[in-house]
Design a protein around this ligand. Structure first.
Ligand SMILES: C[S@@+](CC[C@H](N)C(=O)[O-])C[C@H]1O[C@@H](n2cnc3c(N)ncnc32)[C@H](O)[C@@H]1O
Length: 198
């Protein structure tokens, strides 16, 4: 699913653009975003866990990225290219962004190799998706991988699916990509914004 998520995100990732990772984790997706927007682009990545942000910073720095850490109360200045790691809840997205991102990704669930009890939660995930949908640029894409298989994951996945299903069809093209031959497998939700506004 991660590979499909990246494929579906790719058309929205332009050199010099602004992209957001709502769940930095071990930094694999953040690295992908940075590689696509290039050294002149900006990536903002959130995580609640210091350990996740340390892993992400290490991965991005060893790839050659400029990496800065900040609080959710500080705006990312678009003029400054690089990767901005925000230690805090992704529901604070609108307090960090001044400009409209073209790509927003979220890989829900727990930190691989970390505490499996520390997972994304329905309420904050929905708040982050609402903020992302509101600020996404026209032509931009929002791509979410949902995990119904772990404790609490089914409820969150259903809520995320309902969120995508409720997007105005005049303004959004929505997709749902699922395994047809595996129960409780992660699935993908994609939305492309056709015009301005959520
Ligand atoms: C599946 S991992 C992300 C994997 C990551 N995208 C990668 O490429 O390695 C999910 C991450 O979401 C983080 N997370 C959970 N709740 C969060 C929240 N409210 N705000 C920001 N991050 C959160 C967890 O700490 C965890 O690191």
């Amino acid at each position: 699913m991660t590979r499909w998520a990246r494929l579906l995100l790719q058309p929205a990732l332009v050199a010099g653009g602004l992209a957001v990772d709502l769940t930095a984790g071990n930094g694999h997706d953040t690295l992908y975003l940075w590689q696509k927007v290039g050294p002149g682009g900006t990536v903002v990545a959130f995580d609640l866990q210091k350990r996740a942000l340390e892993n992400t910073a290490r991965r991005l720095r060893s790839a050659g990225a400029f990496v800065a850490c900040q609080t959710p109360a500080t705006l990312v200045e678009r003029a400054s290219a690089g990767v901005f790691l925000v230690e805090g809840c992704h529901s604070r997205l609108s307090s960090v962004l001044r400009e409209e991102p073209l790509a927003v990704v979220a890989n829900l669930g727990y930190l691989p190799g970390g505490d499996h009890a520390l997972v994304t939660r329905r309420e904050t995930t929905l708040a982050a998706l609402q903020a992302a949908a509101a600020c996404l640029a026209a032509g931009g894409r929002l791509v979410v991988t949902a995990y119904p298989g772990h404790g609490g994951g089914e409820e969150e996945s259903r809520a995320v699916q309902d969120f995508f299903a409720g997007l105005d069809p005049h303004r959004w093209v929505g997709l749902n990509l699922r395994n047809i031959n595996r129960c409780h497998a992660p699935f993908l939700l994609v939305a492309e914004k056709r015009t301005g506004g959520a």
